[in-house]
Design a protein around this ligand. Structure first.
Ligand SMILES: [Mn+2]
Length: 422
C-alpha cells in the first residue's frame, strides 16, 4: 500500500463506523489590501494528500462495509491562470494524492449532501462528521471552522460533529520510515547550508548576512523552503530565544560566540538545528565552560531517551543536569538560580510542523522524532549557547539524526580553523 493510502487507512481505523470526515486545505489569508500571506495547506490535509493548493478539500466516508475517499480541487479557470499561474489539473492532483475520485471544489457541497442528507443512502447512515476544529482555522473562502460547523448543524441536524484533531495528533506523532527519510533529507540539506555559511563567515559581517547566505544556499540547492525564520545571534543577542531577522543588525565579532538556530524543509518535513560556535575558531575559557555544560547535557538527554518517558521527564532531567553543571563550574551565584539561565523546554516533536502537533503528556514511543535542545544563557557574560539535535526514537532508544553536524569542541575548532577564508 502506498504511504498516503496507509495514512488514510490509519485515520479510517480511528473513525467510528458510519462516519465521514471533511478536511480543508484552507484559503490564503489577506495580509493587507489585496495582498495575501504565502499559502500553505493545513498540515493535516497535507499529511493525507501531499496537495499544496488552496480551496482543496478531502472527504472521507466510512460507511457500512466500504471506505471512500474524495478529493476536491479548483476547476480550470483560464483567466485565473493568466493572473496567478498554473493550478493542479484533476489528473495531476489525483496522481499526487493517490486518489481516484477527484472532483471540482464547486461540487463539494452536493457530494457532502449525498453522504449526509439521507439515511440509508449508498453510504449507509452517516451519523458522525469529523472536522478539524482547530480554533480560527480558515478553511475555505466562505467558511471559518466555526461557521462550517454551524452550517452542518443547520443543514444536517441529525449529524453529530466531532473534532478530528486529536486523531491527527496520535497519527502524526509516530513517523513512518518514509517520513523519517524525509526528515533525514531535510537535516542533511540543513547541514550543507550550515557548512556553506561557516565557510563564508568572517568577523565584521552582520548577523543577517549569515542568515541570508543560509537561506539563499537552500533556495539554490533544492529550492528548500525554511522550516522557520532563521535565527543568527552574536554574543548577548543569543539570550533572546527567537531573536528575529528584522533585528539581526549587529556585527559578528571575533571574540564572541555566534548562535544559529535554523532549518530547511524537505517535501514539507522540517529540520530544526542549533549550534553555537566561537567566531574566532577557538573557545576561550568561559566559552568552553558554558559550552561544555550544555554539550554534556545534550548528550546525556539523548542517552536518557527511551519509550515510556514523557517530554516533561526529559525537561526535568535536563534542568537538574544543567543545574549541577552550573554548580560544578561555579556559573551561578545561588544553587537554585537555574531558571534564570535556562528558560525553555528541552524537546518538542518535529515533523510537518517545526513544533509538530503532539500530546506532550503522552509517553514517548518508537517512531517519535523529537528535538533535544538544552541551552544556557548568560546575558552578564554576553554568551548564549543552545545545542539542538533531532532525535528518532527507534528500537527503544534515541538515535541522533543530526549527529554529523559538528558539536564536539575539537571538531568545531578544527573545522573553523581549517576552512578556506574568503
Ligand atoms: Mn527547536
Amino acid at each position: 500500500m502506498s504511504e498516503l493510502r496507509d495514512r488514510r487507512e490509519k485515520l479510517f481505523a480511528l473513525m467510528k463506523e458510519n462516519s465521514a470526515a471533511v478536511i480543508f486545505a484552507g484559503a490564503a489569508k489577506i495580509s493587507t489590501a489585496d495582498e495575501f500571506y504565502p499559502f500553505i495547506s493545513n498540515r493535516n490535509f497535507f499529511y493525507l494528500s501531499n496537495i499544496e493548493q488552496e480551496n482543496s478539500i478531502l472527504l472521507l466516508i466510512k460507511g457500512i462495509g466500504e471506505k471512500k475517499v474524495y478529493l476536491f480541487v479548483d476547476e480550470y479557470n483560464e483567466l485565473k491562470e493568466k493572473w496567478t499561474g498554473k493550478r493542479l489539473t484533476f489528473e495531476k492532483a489525483g496522481k499526487i494524492a493517490d486518489i481516484q475520485n477527484v472532483y471540482a471544489t464547486s461540487s463539494f457541497e452536493n457530494m457532502l449532501s449525498m453522504a449526509l442528507a439521507f439515511t440509508n443512502n449508498q453510504y449507509g447512515n452517516i451519523s458522525t462528521l469529523y472536522l478539524d476544529l482547530t480554533p480560527e482555522l480558515k478553511i475555505k473562502e466562505a467558511y471559518s471552522t466555526t461557521n462550517f460547523k454551524d452550517f452542518i448543524a443547520l443543514e444536517y441536524p441529525h449529524v453529530n460533529v466531532e473534532d478530528i484533531y486529536p486523531h491527527f495528533k496520535m497519527l502524526r506523532m509516530v513517523k513512518s520510515e518514509c517520513e523519517v527519510r524525509e526528515l533525514v533529507e531535510a537535516i542533511n540539506a540543513t547541514y550543507s547550508g550550515i557548512s556553506h555559511m561557516l565557510v563564508k563567515m568572517t568577523p565584521g559581517m552582520t548577523e543577517y548576512n549569515l542568515a541570508d547566505i543560509f537561506e539563499f544556499y537552500g533556495r539554490e540547492h533544492g529550492r528548500h523552503e525554511l522550516a522557520f525564520s532563521t535565527i543568527i545571534a552574536c554574543g548577548k543577542n543569543a539570550t533572546c530565544l527567537h531573536y528575529p531577522y528584522e533585528q539581526q543588525n549587529d556585527p559578528i565579532l571575533e571574540n564572541r560566540m555566534v548562535q544559529f538556530d535554523l532549518g530547511y524543509k524537505h517535501n514539507g518535513y522540517c529540520a530544526d538545528i542549533s549550534r553555537a560556535y566561537p567566531v574566532s575558531g577557538k573557545f576561550d575559557n568561559l566559552q568552553r565552560d558554558i559550552y561544555t555544560a550544555v554539550l554534556n547535557c545534550n548528550k546525556a538527554v539523548i542517552n536518557y531517551i527511551k519509550p515510556g518517558l514523557t517530554l516533561l521527564d526529559l525537561q526535568n532531567f535536563a534542568k537538574e543536569f544543567l543545574r549541577n553543571e552550573c554548580i560544578r563550574l561555579k556559573l551561578m551565584d545561588k544553587d537554585d538560580d537555574i531558571g534564570k539561565y535556562y528558560y525553555h523546554n528541552v524537546s518538542h516533536h518535529l515533523g510537518l510542523d517545526t513544533h509538530d502537533i503532539s500530546d506532550r503528556e503522552k509517553p514517548l514511543e518508537n517512531g517519535n522524532v523529537i528535538t533535544v535542545e538544552p541551552g544556557l544563557y548568560f546575558a552578564n557574560h554576553g554568551i548564549g549557547v543552545r545545542i539542538e539535535d533531532d532525535v528518532l526514537i527507534r528500537d527503544g532508544h534515541g538515535e541522533c539524526l543530526s549527529h554529523n553536524i559538528p558539536k564536539e569542541i575539537e571538531d568545531i575548532e578544527r573545522l573553523l580553523q581549517s576552512k578556506e577564508r574568503y
